[in-house]
Design a protein around this ligand. Sequence first.
Ligand SMILES: N[C@@H](CCC(=O)N[C@@H](CS)C(=O)NCC(=O)O)C(=O)O
Length: 211
Amino acid sequence: MYTLYGSPSTAGTAIHWLLLELGVPFDLRLLDFDKGEHKTSEYLALNPDGVVPTLIVDGAPITQMAGIATLLAERHPEAGFAPPPGSPERAEYLSWTLWLANSFQPNFRAWFYPHEPAGGEAQDAVQAAALARIEAGLARLDARLADRDYMVGDHFTTVDLLTTILCRWSRNMPKPATAWPNLKRYLDRVRQRPALREAHAREGLTDWING
Ligand SMILES: N[C@@H](CCC(=O)N[C@@H](CS)C(=O)NCC(=O)O)C(=O)O
């Protein structure tokens, strides 16, 4: 039994979706950001950054969306969500996972929390720079998907899960992921996955899922 600490419409949604994809039992604790439930001393003991997601695995807290997704894929290999070590797709799988987590995702953090890198000043400049990097990243994903249905190999992996969630975060930006034709085609297909739709429903999310 896993315990997931998340919050609606966040990085926690990715892990919520993945647990539903895997069909494993889990306890979901949705934290209320407005009440500061992610900054209590109890929660900071689990996740010192005070962010979601945190997944309790065998009694120990595991943090970082991409790390948790990769771990779950490896703990449940029957789902086929990660190419196994030594397989031809493994290198691309690791490379894309790390690119999404290290190079792409931080731009969203800068867009949504511009005071972190900018302090009291220059928040508009930080957001403008973040937006340019997000759009460059979306263009790269769009090019990757020009002649393929999945980011890695020929079936759904946690790279698709991370790609989809990060694309979702662009939905209210000037040029959202769905404005790119290959990404639109890809997202329209992924958004039909029952587990993603179920995660949306359970978190009370109604936008974006239907296009
Ligand atoms: N690098 C972390 C980032 C997680 C993150 O930024 N989560 C956001 C929601 S998407 C959060 O918890 N924000 C609340 C806050 O920073 O106060 C991860 O991938 O897990």
